[in-house]
Ligand binder design. Structure first.
Ligand code: ZN
Ligand code: ZN
Length: 175
């Protein structure tokens, strides 16, 4: 799940992005109101999800005169498809976009065909606790009886760390 890094009182926090997208101008304006810095903020800018087959990407739509910048540049024609770790700036505030996803235990959603666990090779039952590897998308059981995801320190297929409390490997820093 992609997310935006937003700074609250000097501390960066990750805000998950849902399918509805997010009003970036409103978010920046609320940060600006907290900062009371008097800078000019974009009136209209929105982050939207673009679904193309399996690939999900995110784009920002902003009026070319809004003053919003992505990696220091005004989006051409007001549109910019975002890449991991892009900086979004408006006024004196900035946000960072990230595509990094944390591993989480969730009820297995199921699929058209049986899905086999990346560790034990048994089919994973719909609704049973499972982890979808953020690195490669392979699913694993993860219950008290079948702790297949956390059985090893790393995903068998892509080397993704399996610690469930590892947190994000990338966080914004002041540049
Ligand atoms: Zn398993
Ligand atoms: Zn993996």
């Amino acid at each position: 799940m992609a997310h935006l890094w937003v700074r609250h009182e000097g501390v960066w926090g990750a805000q998950r992005l849902g399918s509805a997208g997010i009003d970036v101008a409103g978010l920046l304006a609320s940060r600006a109101a907290a900062a009371a810095d008097g800078a000019a903020y974009p009136h209209s800018a929105r982050l939207i999800r673009v679904d193309a087959a399996e690939a999900k990407s995110w784009a920002i739509i902003a009026s070319p005169t809004s003053g919003l910048r992505v990696n220091g540049r005004t989006p051409p024609a007001g549109l910019c498809v975002l890449d991991d770790r892009d900086e979004i700036r408006g006024g004196a505030e900035k946000l960072f976009f990230s595509t990094e996803t944390l591993a989480a235990v969730e009820p297995f959603p199921g699929s058209d065909r049986p899905v086999f666990c990346g560790r034990c090779r048994q089919s994973i039952e719909v609704g049973s606790p499972a982890v979808c590897c953020p690195g490669c998308g392979i699913s694993y059981n993860e219950s008290a009886e079948l702790p297949c995801w956390t059985y090893s320190e790393k995903c068998t297929f892509c080397g993704q760390a399996t610690a469930l409390d590892a947190g994000f490997s990338w966080t914004p820093e002041e540049l």
